[in-house]
Design a protein around this ligand. Structure first.
Ligand code: DP6
Length: 389
């Protein structure tokens, strides 16, 4: 037994956005949020952890590069897991004194508004929970790493309850519906840019909390209603309702970024073109066929039903052509469908120059973090990363 634990964890993309904290240190949000957890087989973080008496210090490697262990959020997660293990008496006390080695990798761009910190911290905390045999809910601990990470601890559709307590003990995630509940739900992630965002979510939401009046209105009046409605829509598999709320939520979140002082923006001209295309297409179809949502970056996540994927993919390829069409769409496979010329003639958005969208990830709703039992660890027997640079 090597004692190495390896876990893969999913990303999640919110449909009710978390934006604003009531406590910065404990990462307590101003409002509830809801997301779908996306298939680990397409996008995931992978983390190997190991604790041994001969390790000199706690060490972490991210995507093969050694990083400082002084990050407060990382320290909080490790401390909390160990406290929980001590409380639950799940491991010998001596084991808690050993140092840990952590290796973590993402198979998708980091910090480009693609929920990498969510998958990363959910993965780290799930791996540590397994290593220290912690049994209780770990969403609360993942939350200490990055707020949105607490939703990646479960599969399917997940709600993060803001909670009321000042210690954050009721600020946890719960499952609204499992990954099999709405099997037709698909996500297309349109990667517009992979560069690191200028204003991190943490910083952006701090500015908004301090300065945006619209945020106060949203938290009090809009989010509570929308959260109940979207949870109901998920339970009833009501796509139309789900899609409408998803788009309105995204729009309000980005309006709040502009209502902040100083204002900032995450979406670009290309993002706006995608929004326009979605609305025009839905209008031509006479009903909502596809919904967009944008996080703290220019990349779109389109939520749509499986039967609509071939047409929508063909439409995107038509409007946003790629110079390498064979590598344009990754993830799940899909047949292509001929576009109706009548529909195209009604489309107000003209084909754009090539490569405005870098690539598309086709995925679906999936399971929560999974412990790998195939021995495909990211570190060798000595606890050193297999690939480092
Ligand atoms: C726009 O979870 O990255 O993706 O808690 O400060 O780490 P911190 O922020 P983070 O914020 C995510 C914001 C969002 C919306 C969402 O996922 O709900």
């Amino acid at each position: 037994m090597s004692g190495i634990v390896t876990v893969v964890a999913p990303v999640n993309i919110a449909v009710i956005k978390y934006w604003g904290k009531r406590n910065e240190e404990l990462i307590l949000p101003l409002n509830d949020s809801v997301s779908a957890t996306l298939d680990i087989n397409v996008m995931c973080a992978k983390t190997s952890v190991c604790a041994r008496p001969d390790f000199d210090e706690d060490t972490i490697w991210l995507n093969g590069k050694r990083e400082s262990f002084s990050n407060q959020r990382l320290l909080n997660c490790l401390r909390e897991i160990k406290d929980r293990a001590a409380y639950e008496k799940s491991v010998d006390n001596i084991f808690l004194t050993w140092k840990v080695h952590i290796c973590s990798e993402n198979n998708f761009p980091t910090a480009a508004g693609l929920a990498s910190s969510a998958a990363g911290y959910a993965c780290l905390v799930s791996a540590l929970a397994k290593l220290y045999k912690v049994k209780s809910d770990v969403s609360l601990i993942a939350r200490l790493g990055s707020g949105s990470a607490c939703r990646s601890v479960y599969g399917g559709f997940v709600r993060w309850h803001a909670g009321l307590k000042s210690d954050g003990s009721d600020s946890i995630a719960t499952q609204v519906a499992d990954s099999k509940h709405w099997p037709e739900m698909r996500a297309l992630i349109l990667v517009v840019g992979e560069s690191k965002k200028k204003i991190s979510s943490t910083k952006g939401m701090k500015i908004s909390t301090e300065t945006s009046d619209l945020l106060k209105y949203r938290v009090e009046y809009c989010v509570p209603k929308r959260t109940e409605e979207i949870c109901q829509a998920i339970k009833e598999r009501n796509y139309n309702k789900f899609a409408e709320i998803t788009m309105k939520e995204s729009n309000q979140f980005h309006a709040i970024c502009l209502d902040s002082y100083p204002p900032f923006t995450y979406i670009t001209e290309v993002s706006h073109k995608i929004i326009e295309l979605v609305h025009t297409y839905n209008e031509i179809c006479g009903e909502i066929k596809v919904a967009y949502t944008f996080d703290a970056g220019p990349n779109a996540c389109l939520y749509l039903l499986e039967k609509e994927v071939p047409k929508v993919l063909s439409l995107i390829k038509h409007v946003f052509p790629s110079s390498s069409p064979e590598a344009y769409v990754t993830g799940l496979s899909s047949r292509s469908e001929h576009l109706d010329t009548n529909m195209l003639s009604k489309l107000s958005v003209q084909p754009q120059e090539k490569d405005l969208i870098k690539y598309i990830i086709h995925t679906k709703v999936g399971e929560g973090p999974t412990v790998l039992v195939d021995g495909s660890h990211l570190m060798n027997e000595a606890g050193i990363p297999l690939s480092s640079y």
